[in-house]
Write a protein that binds this ligand. Sequence first.
Ligand SMILES: C[S@@+](CC[C@H](N)C(=O)[O-])C[C@H]1O[C@@H](n2cnc3c(N)ncnc32)[C@H](O)[C@@H]1O
Length: 262
Amino acid sequence: MTFDSQYAAIYDGIYSAKDYPFECAFLLKLFQQYNVVPRRLLDFGCGTGGHAVEFAAHGIEVMGVDPSPHMLRSAAWKAQERGVPFFASEVLPVGESFDAIVSLFAALNYLPNRNAVEKTLCQFRELITDAGIIVLDVYNGAAVPFLSDHAREKTVLIDGKKLVRRTQTKIDWVKQRLEVCFECIPEDGDAFRETHLLRYETAAEFTELAQRAGLEVVSILPSFRFEVPTLQDYNLLYVCRRHPSQSERSSLRKQPKNNASN
Ligand SMILES: C[S@@+](CC[C@H](N)C(=O)[O-])C[C@H]1O[C@@H](n2cnc3c(N)ncnc32)[C@H](O)[C@@H]1O
């Protein structure tokens, strides 16, 4: 199991420099460019709720989905502290509807294979409204083999105590997989490890997967910048909408029976 209790407990400390309010403000501006002012938003792979809670603070009804109950528990605490509502689930809901869906900080790269990504994108298509928007922050497959460090070390202070995280990354560029081994050494406790298995697609591959799932990629940006992406960008934002043909089909589905037979 990844994002287990020990790793979940240090997650916010490790990523304390990540600017969640800025990223959410960026996403709200991006939604606006597509005339979407979300009322209900789904955050897939929401983790400890850094984005989810920020969106909820903007008055948006947010559902966070994540398979790690430890990460979801942190998100629920954060929401309680901020005094905002937050709906959590370990699996994607069925039969609900959202006018924005996001999946941020490479959560989709944790899916085990390409079929799982396509299936998840199909589920997003079922959950998004016709005029809604989907924003997916995933690895830039063309850049990953060149930009990944093989060994890294980061020292952070968590509640005044030093924690060192050592990262070893192995890349299989043929299978487009990453094995990332984290060794965490707290100043005042036992060291522990987690190994994360991730995979990645190039922009062409991801766009094709989205199309197969009935989505249209309407824009690709570098993560959290209104610029043209380059090979220096490790993460990309794919802005997707329901494919127009899917929207027509869904409006046909919604017509009353007697109209449909006319
Ligand atoms: C790097 S964290 C990102 C968390 C959060 N989106 C953020 O920006 O801080 C990746 C998240 O993906 C979640 N994850 C792992 N496997 C997943 C899966 N199969 N489906 C959905 N989420 C998954 C993990 O539990 C973790 O919370």
